[in-house]
Design a protein around this ligand. Structure first.
Ligand code: NAP
Length: 248
């Protein structure tokens, strides 16, 4: 028996990086996968075909997670197309780094709306159907930066810390309905997001990690599968770090 056989999962921001790995891992474990993308249209459209090779149903939706109405419509469409929604993975995220003195209001708003408001948008929409089913698993991708802060990332750290508070609050509100809410906090994972960091800083990051290497998107996806599946059926309100020991 596969770990999430016949479940329906929705993953935001799956056109590349961690979200793409999560979508593939869910499909390998038997879930039907709905996913979103925004600017990477070709990659998003190609992913559906790749996922279907695992013998499951897959569909991509071009949808902006930071838009409240769009998120509500997305969940309505997913439930109409797939019949239900069991697993929500809030993964979509961006960075707009800069020291506070130089951080614009626009870069604050983009990061907070894309990373944090999106989690509110999607979770509020998804829990309507999960409450009717009296079952659900919500997984929010935060970051170790949301736990300890990071110079030059006040907007990003605030958004990721906000996700942790949201995750724990929802666990308290919805535990009695058998809806679980957990967060995954990756450390330094090698994706296009971290490719943007200069190579000296990347090397310094890696040296500060006890396991002396960056993580791979698949390693974050494995943690998500655990939290999505019944293997974690008595776990809620937790933050699982996937960071090679970076933050201990
Ligand atoms: P990435 O490679 O930059 O991919 C980001 C994904 O988010 C893309 O698929 C992008 O879609 C999507 N996205 C961005 N804005 C969106 C929006 N408004 N609506 C819907 N989708 C949107 O990033 P990543 O490294 O895989 O990161 C994924 C998540 O992990 C993020 O939440 C990030 O903060 C978190 N994280 C990453 C690391 C790391 O080291 N990489 C560490 C800790 C946490 P399009 O390309 O189609 O626009």
């Amino acid at each position: 028996m596969k770990l999430v056989e016949n479940k329906v999962a929705l993953v935001t921001g799956a056109s590349r990086g961690i979200g793409r790995s999560i979508a593939l891992r869910l499909a390998q474990e038997g879930a039907n996968v709905a996913f979103t993308y925004l600017s990477s249209v070709e990659k998003g459209e190609a992913l559906a075909q790749e996922l279907e090779q695992y013998g499951i149903k897959a569909k991509g939706y071009r949808s902006d997670a930071s838009n409240f109405q769009a998120a509500d419509q997305l969940v309505t469409d997913v439930v109409a197309d797939f019949g239900k929604l069991d697993i929500l993975i809030n993964n979509a995220g961006v960075t707009r780094d800069g020291l506070l003195m130089r951080m614009s209001e626009e870069n604050w708003d983009i990061v907070i709306n894309t990373n944090l408001k999106s989690v509110f948008n999607l979770t509020k929409a998804a829990t309507k159907s999960m409450m009717r089913a009296k079952s659900g698993s919500i997984i929010n991708i935060t970051s170790v930066v949301g736990i300890r802060g990071n110079a030059g990332q006040a907007n990003y750290a605030a958004s990721k810390a906000g996700i942790i508070g949201f995750t724990k609050s929802i666990a308290l509100e919805l535990g009695s309905r058998n809806i679980r809410s957990n967060a995954v906090a990756p450390g330094f994972i090698e994706t296009e997001m971290t490719d943007a960091i200069d190579s000296k800083a990347t090397e310094d990051w890696k040296q500060s990690i006890p396991m002396k290497r960056g993580g791979q998107p698949e390693e974050v996806a494995d943690a998500c599968i655990f939290l999505a599946s019944d293997l974690s059926r008595y776990i809620t309100g937790q933050v699982l770090q996937v960071d090679g020991g970076m933050l201990t």
